[in-house]
Design a protein around this ligand. Structure first.
Ligand code: UDP
Length: 324
């Protein structure tokens, strides 16, 4: 079995490469290295992994990659609230345009595809936990943050449309706050940002009152689930939440990181307007209902927030040493 992983040099993609290679499979990675890093997969580039530098918007290249593979896992995407606000055109073009190119090529060569979507598609809904068929609540189009959620929702519509009209085997996975080693804080993600701040003894920057909650899932739990879902015929045409239900406030997360990194940092609160933009919308709670994925593949995360923080802190420690 040979799998095309778009965005395979990224944070989640590189862990997925390791997972598939560990299962004895071959991987073709297509990545433009815009946010991904070759170092994430350098240790894998032997006979089982081939790397191609290129964009998912390149129609001919995508067609050739898909022709050479048995199935596709589409992870390439703009990521991180910071990047989405700063580069809205690229965000929409990569997400909507790239997925259109990928789905057309999958339809042409009849390749099964797993599309990674996001918990952001639930938007500001306050009806927690979020179930796959729930309504979505989006903010105004004048708030650039929502372009990401809307673009990802359009990807889901398009994938389901290909399934409905052409019987294309598609599985959609909505990922919730996935964290772990190799994730960079550069694009706004809270766990690597807090860990870096804690290890350097800098202030830990909690946005707003810190009472907003998230459920963080270890990337290894996520990448174990994805191949199982793609392999399951009943999953085709379906959407699954994948994440954790261990809910934590961002304020509590800051305290746990502060303690786990030696207690030198102080915790500061920063208003959203200062952190991002005037009128920035944030979700107060984000909690998945995992019933559907549990029924499908027996999914339940094996690692908790303590495991996550331990792994992320260990990896940051190693890379800080490498970089002097
Ligand atoms: N956040 C924070 N400090 C930071 C970065 C993020 O308090 O330095 C908050 C952010 O406002 C949000 C939560 O942490 O409420 C999770 O942010 P992240 O960007 O990791 O993911 P999101 O769930 O917003 O997509």
């Amino acid at each position: 079995m040979r799998t095309l992983i778009t965005g395979g040099a990224g944070f989640i993609g590189s862990h997925l490469c390791e997972q598939l290679i560990g299962l004895g499979e071959e991987v073709l990675v297509l990545d433009d290295l815009s946010t991904g890093r070759y170092e994430n997969i350098a240790h894998l580039e032997k006979e089982k992994l081939q790397f191609i530098l290129g964009s998912v918007n390149n129609t001919d290249l995508v067609a050739e990659c898909i022709r050479q593979c048995d199935q596709v896992m589409h992870l390439a995407s703009a990521v991180g609230v910071r990047l989405i606000i700063d580069q809205p055109v690229k965000t929409i073009e990569t997400i909507v345009g790239g997925t259109d190119v990928i789905l057309r090529a999958c339809a042409r060569y009849r390749r099964p595809i797993l599309l990674t979507s996001t918990s952001e598609v639930y938007g500001k809904s306050e009806k927690v936990p979020f179930r796959e068929e729930d309504d979505r609540v989006m903010g105004s189009t004048t708030q650039r943050r929502w372009s990401y959620a809307c673009a990802k929702a359009l990807d889901e519509f398009l994938a389901l449309a290909h399934h409905y009209e052409y019987r294309l085997p598609v599985v959609i996975v909505r990922l919730f706050n996935t964290v772990g080693p190799r994730q960079t804080g550069q694009y706004g993600m809270v766990v690597p940002r807090f860990v870096r701040q804690g290890l350097r003894g800098e202030p830990i920057t909690v946005y707003s009152d810190g009472k907003q909650t998230r459920c963080f899932v270890h990337v290894r739990d996520v990448v174990e689930a994805l191949p199982k879902l793609l392999a399951m015929p009943e999953a085709r045409g379906q959407i699954y939440n994948v994440g954790s239900t261990e809910e934590v406030t961002i304020g509590e997360l800051a305290q746990r990181v502060q303690k786990a990194t030696g207690g030198r940092s102080k915790i500061v609160n920063i208003p959203y307007e200062e952190a991002y933009l005037e009128g920035f919308d944030d979700m107060r709670r984000r909690l998945p209902d995992l019933t559907k994925v549990h029924k499908a593949i027996g999914y339940a995360p094996k690692r908790n927030l303590d495991d996550i923080l331990r792994d992320v802190i260990a990896e940051f420690g190693r890379s800080e040493k490498r970089n002097g």
